[in-house]
Design a protein around this ligand. Structure first.
Ligand code: S3P
Length: 170
């Protein structure tokens, strides 16, 4: 059975700026699936932006809300979900996501990610280049645990989404 036959959700995983939301939207359109962004689900539930949650409640609370939002994805069918860059890092989340659907790591060179997100005030974890090198190094092993790995950063979102759809149909 291929990854689309049971209609379970498809999760896009990867670092900030890897293109999870843009590629996710294109993939959802291509598959005729609904699109969700996990950070938006958290914002809808709390009435606070990610930035506000980090500054007012702290990262630990954000991660708890993120886990709750992942749990809520269990009821989704025919959906593509773009996860936040830290959502696939915790083993508990990875096993939950594995039970719910299939995950795809958009493996994108750090310099491409950084060029896209430079100066973005809405990303509380965005720091110096050295900090980002370290953060990605800490996370790569977790991301590599995804069901599929796709090179991102070269093709445009439409091309990449076609490639992913092809992979999911195999
Ligand atoms: C985070 C990435 C963000 C958002 C939050 C934490 C991370 O999502 O969930 O700021 O830990 O890398 P994007 O990957 O969409 O920027």
């Amino acid at each position: 059975m291929n990854a689309l036959q049971d209609k379970s959700p498809i999760f896009l995983v990867g670092f900030m700026g890897a293109g999870k939301t843009t590629v996710g939207r294109a993939l959802a359109t291509h598959l005729g699936y609904q699109f969700f962004d996990l950070d938006d689900l958290i914002t809808e539930r709390t009435g606070k932006s990610v930035q506000q949650i980090f500054s007012e409640l702290g990262e630990t609370e954000f991660r708890r809300l993120e886990r709750e939002a992942i749990q809520s994805c269990a009821k989704l069918v025919r959906s593509v979900v773009a996860l936040g860059g830290g959502a696939y890092v915790h083993e508990d989340n990875r096993s939950l996501l594995r039970a719910i659907g299939k995950s795809i790591w958009l493996e994108c060179p750090l310099e491409v990610c950084l060029a896209r997100i430079r100066g973005d005030k809405s990303r509380p974890l965005l720091g110096s280049e050295d900090e980002m090198v370290r953060l990605l190094a800490q996370r790569r092993e977790s991301y590599a645990d995804a069901d599929y790995i796709v090179t991102a950063g070269e093709q445009n979102p439409e091309e990449l989404s076609l490639k992913i759809a092809e992979l999911l149909r195999q």
